[in-house]
Design a protein around this ligand. Sequence first.
Ligand code: PLP
Length: 396
Amino acid sequence: MATKNLSLSQLSGGKTYTEIVFNQVWGKVEAYRASHPQQQLFMMAFGDTTQPLPPTVVRALVEAANRLGDRQTYTGYEDISGNPALRSAVCADYYQKKMDIDPSEVFISDGAQSVSVNIQELFAPDNTVAVQNPTYPSFVEGTLVAGRPLVNLPCREDNNFVPKLPDEKVDLIYLCFPNNPTGAVATPEQLQAFVDYARSHQAVIIFDAVYSPFITTPNIPQSIYEIEGAKECAIEIGSFSKWANFTGLRVGWCVIPQELTIKNTVPGELNDLWRLRHAVKFWGTANIAQHGAIAALSPAGQQECQEVVKYYLENARLLREGLSATGLMCFGGIDSPFVWVKAPQGLSSWQFFQKMLQSTGIVGVPGSVFGDCGEGYLRLVALGPREEIEAAVKNL
Ligand code: PLP
């Protein structure tokens, strides 16, 4: 007799982030639109990109499609860890050889989302997982689905939204910098403290660096591997989604260093186990998409991607400055496309969401959706078209 997976079904009934955004946030927006058809609305809730793919990427995609359409140049399955040229380009061009990462340590995935959750399969079911609060919701949802114990690391204004080290012993620590939703970044000293903790407790840091190409502040690490000792204790996750407009194409990666070891492994074993997991559960990312990613990392591609990042960061600046000029307290939006706005007059996240919608037409996501420490804030995303950001700011 088959029975359902209770770890998965505990999340049903509209409790996941995606359902909250699509049902509750979108539901309120639709209801408001129906009663106020004249009011212009500005969607800043979804973390999706809106600008076109860089031209160099488009050319590479077309060429790759043409090769697949020709019997002489057709190719099928590829290396299940990812196209070797892409893995080399991630080391040489994305990390610019600075981090001494070998292509054998890079695994290409269909974006960061799947790997950020699936990576837990490397570890024993009873391992305790620490997450920032507020956090990118998949880290929590993935932990609940896996049935692992969860520990919260509060991120508040008084610690610049960077958590303190865990008070109790934890085994896996999700860190995301630049952070979604708060837009916060961590200093080398703050990251060194986490690396030291992980090394002394044989814990593993799962470092989500999806937004690192948005870092503009000097001396803020773009990779956890800039921190001494991190290769012994950290897995890093990256993505082409936000800085190359790949949210639909789906290419990301993770780095599993050969040096990474935990209590019952030898160096290289976790890297081998992840390759084994690819062999069992994942046979690689679409070959066309990987060719697009190789093009994004070419000199011309990187230059065009820098323009993408500049565009979204300018959006974030306009939004942050526009909101601040009205007296609202804003965080983030400097090294990330997220602006984290404090609700005035003690309003709750949902009250503030409603007030922003009614008085400005701006649609965000209530901070409490990202964890109880996000209560009293609203997250706005600056990945929209410039005209919309400008019109929204003018409307404030
Ligand atoms: N990690 C963080 C922190 C994100 O914000 C997102 C997407 O919004 C992802 C991972 C997933 O990105 P991808 O499109 O590469 O799956």
